[in-house]
Design a protein around this ligand. Structure first.
Ligand SMILES: N[C@@H](CCC(=O)N[C@@H](CS)C(=O)NCC(=O)O)C(=O)O
Length: 210
């Protein structure tokens, strides 16, 4: 049951996930890049009792690795990075490393929660259905303005150089939400557009972003 990377005798990891969830996609990208085998449990209802057992908040993703249960993508990614260092998600250079943390934090704190479907649907209920799209676009755009400015000084082939790091795992699913779900006009973000094009050509990303 173990992959080439996991220790012999370890049970396969379980990931509670949703195919369209950007938070789950970050983790699935990391698992793919690190070559780690896992069973993906697709959650289809918010109150799924199986999910509530591993995450009382009822959010995906949640990871079960042996006796370790973790239910937040940031914590999961840092756990995977420390336990399975193959294909490191963090550059050695401390400044670039901090930029990766910054991108992760901007996406996970200042963009994703504000465009989460549950919140956007709630905005529709209290302010009217026509307010949903402008709400999501406003908050994504604000974050993207910051990210575009920040990454101009660091990007290479990928967000912070010529290797795929944590920042890319946060950006790719967020870009997909912005472009395909919320139809954000991306004209003012040439760097983010070019990163998105690069991600869309990578098989390890294509597997996750379908
Ligand atoms: N900070 C959490 C956020 C988790 C989260 O918001 N997950 C979303 C999918 S990306 C979710 O489960 N939404 C369902 C809901 O809002 O009920 C993480 O990064 O894992």
């Amino acid at each position: 049951m173990s992959s080439g990377v996991m220790e012999e005798g370890n049970p396969t990891m379980k990931l509670y996930s949703h195919p369209m969830s950007s938070c789950s996609r970050r983790v699935r990208l990391a698992l793919n890049l690190k070559g780690l085998k896992y069973d993906c449990i697709n959650i289809t209802s918010a109150g799924d009792p199986e999910l509530l057992k591993v995450n009382p908040m009822g959010y995906v993703p949640a990871l079960v690795d042996g006796t370790t249960v973790i239910s937040d993508s940031y914590a999961i990614l840092l756990y995977l990075e420390e336990k399975y260092p193959l294909h490191s998600l963090l550059p050695q250079d401390l400044t670039k490393r901090a930029i990766n943390y910054q991108v992760a934090s901007i996406v996970s704190s200042s963009i994703q929660p504000l465009q989460n479907m549950t919140l956007v649907n709630y905005i529709g209920e209290i302010a009217g259905p026509d307010e949903k799209l402008p709400w999501a676009q406003h908050h994504i755009r604000k974050g993207f303005i910051a990210l575009e400015k920040l990454l101009v000084s660091y990007a290479g082939k990928y967000a912070t150089g010529d290797e795929i790091y944590l920042a890319d795992l946060y950006l790719a699913p967020q870009l997909d939400n912005a472009i395909n779900r919320y139809k954000l006009d991306m004209t003012e973000f040439p760097l983010l557009i070019s990163l998105n094009e690069t991600y869309s050509k990578l098989p390890s990303f294509q597997q996750v972003m379908v």
